[in-house]
Design a protein around this ligand. Structure first.
Ligand code: GLY
Ligand code: MN
Ligand code: MN
Length: 449
């Protein structure tokens, strides 16, 4: 990406935090087991402000020159043979356009020089304890320098709320990335609808979705994919994805891919055999009505909380119609009795992180939506398999419908419009069978204990 874009973003951060030095420590790598690491997701703040994707990076942003300094892993032929190429300090300057770069081994020595003249350090507090300790050590180690003439930092301030507000408002270029990840993710969900069959395993559907992600140019998933069949769809963050899909099951797929770090977040729920039962269809229609009503409200000036409140009103009206709730709508909402079947919020911000940064509240009230924000709208209904408050025919059905919506100057733009959610269209899509690679290994066992 053009280095000027990062410089412009850093300029916005300096404007928001003009009285101190901002220091960002990259997310640590995490061990999977033994000497094997989990795949590294570039640190979102450092990626946003510099384009640096590597671990073991520290970015320092100052109001005075040098404005941007990166500390990065040194080039190392032996290490690079094992674990991949590194930019090194020279590469960081020439490719990313920061003012200067040092080996990460020089951090403590050089950082002290960069904070001289400032009373305040801005950093992302509480993300990782090693970074928190490094900032405290910096203050302690520079304290003795206060005996000399000069100014040294004494205050630590959380940078996250400031940078969160900047990252929340997406530029046209960022929205382009989000359109791409939304479009690839839509194709992947469509492929899942067209290829699912009773007898498959949930893992097979996950493989179809993630195959389309990677084959279409996405670098990685934005979060662990959820593929839950039957009663597994009632577990909100089900990630085992290893159970057989039975005839008559609904399959809930919540998956999204990243493009240049920006993730999509789509959920679709569809029948494994292409046909809805009466109970599945009744619940689905309620969730769809709630989602469409909530999306209509995603306009500039509307309080964020109104999206959720509208979805809840629609869900409760539907639950009254099918006899789950016997109170009036407003009494059910006041008492929270609907939370037995709808226990999560309807929306979150979306961007480089799936649950993206940015405040939801002003000092007292829910903040109002503004153009350039992207949020999800994802109502659902989940009837537990042991829910004895309803007849057995309703039990074990989980439904969520989730789209990603851009707030504009006018009507909401549904970035994920490419994947159907009309239940009749979903049934038609099921008939357009996709030729899938053959299943390898053992045929999954079609039983459920
Ligand atoms: N995929 C996580 C969520 O929908 O919030
Ligand atoms: Mn979501
Ligand atoms: Mn989701």
């Amino acid at each position: 990406m053009n280095p000027e874009i990062y410089a412009e973003r850093r300029g916005r951060l300096i404007k928001a935090c003009p009285d101190g030095v901002a220091v960002f420590f990259s997310t640590p790598e995490s061990i999977r087991n033994g000497d094997v690491h989990n795949p590294y997701k570039p640190d979102s703040d450092i990626w946003y402000l510099s384009g640096m994707p590597e671990p073991e990076t520290v970015l320092v942003v100052r109001p005075d020159a040098p404005h941007a300094t990166l500390f990065v892993r040194s080039r190392d032929r032996a290490r690079e043979t094992w674990t991949g190429r590194r930019m090194g300090p020279e590469g960081a300057v020439s490719l990313l356009g920061v003012d200067q770069a040092f080996p990460i081994a020089d951090l403590s020595k050089e950082l002290a020089k960069l904070v001289e003249g400032y009373r305040r350090i801005y950093t992302a507090l509480g993300r990782n304890s090693e970074a928190d300790r490094a900032v405290i050590s910096l203050i302690v180690s520079t304290r003795t320098m206060g005996r000399r003439a000069g100014i040294w930092p004494t205050d630590i301030c959380d940078v996250s709320p400031h940078l969160g507000e900047i990252r929340l408002h997406k530029t046209a270029r960022e929205v382009d990335c989000m359109r791409k990840s939304a479009s690839i993710t839509s194709s992947a969900h469509l492929a899942a609808m067209r290829s699912v069959d009773p007898g498959m395993n949930e893992g097979h559907v996950q493989a179809v979705v993630e195959y389309v992600f990677r084959a279409s140019g996405s670098e990685r998933v934005g979060y662990p994919s959820i593929v839950g069949a039957g009663r597994n769809a009632t577990i909100l963050h089900y990630v085992e994805n290893n159970a057989p899909i039975l005839d008559g099951d609904l399959v809930l797929v919540d998956a999204g891919c990243e493009v240049e770090g920006y993730t999509a977040d789509i959920t679709r729920t569809f029948p494994a055999n292409g046909k809805w039962s009466a109970e599945q269809r009744a619940l689905y229609d309620i969730v769809l009505d709630a989602q469409l009503r909530a999306i209509r409200l995603c306009k500039a000036g509307v309080p964020f909380i109104d999206i959720h409140d509208e979805a809840v009103r629609a869900l409760v009206e539907g639950l009254i119609k099918i006899g789950f709730i016997t109170e009036t709508r407003d009494a059910a909402i006041a008492a929270g009795s609907y939370t037995r079947w709808y226990m999560h919020r309807t929306s979150h911000w979306l961007g480089l992180d799936v649950h993206d940064v940015g405040r939801y509240m002003d000092d007292r009230d829910s903040r109002k939506l503004a153009p350039g924000q992207v949020l999800t709208v994802e109502p659902g209904l989940y009837v537990a398999e042991d829910d004895d408050s309803v007849e057995p025919r309703w039990r074990g059905i989980g439904i969520r419908i989730e789209d990603d919506v851009l707030v504009t100057e006018g009507e909401p733009e549904v970035l994920t419009h490419g994947v159907p959610k009309d239940p009749d269209v979903i049934s038609q899509e099921w008939l357009r069978r996709l030729e899938l690679p053959p299943l390898g290994g053992a045929v999954p066992q079609i039983t459920r204990t």
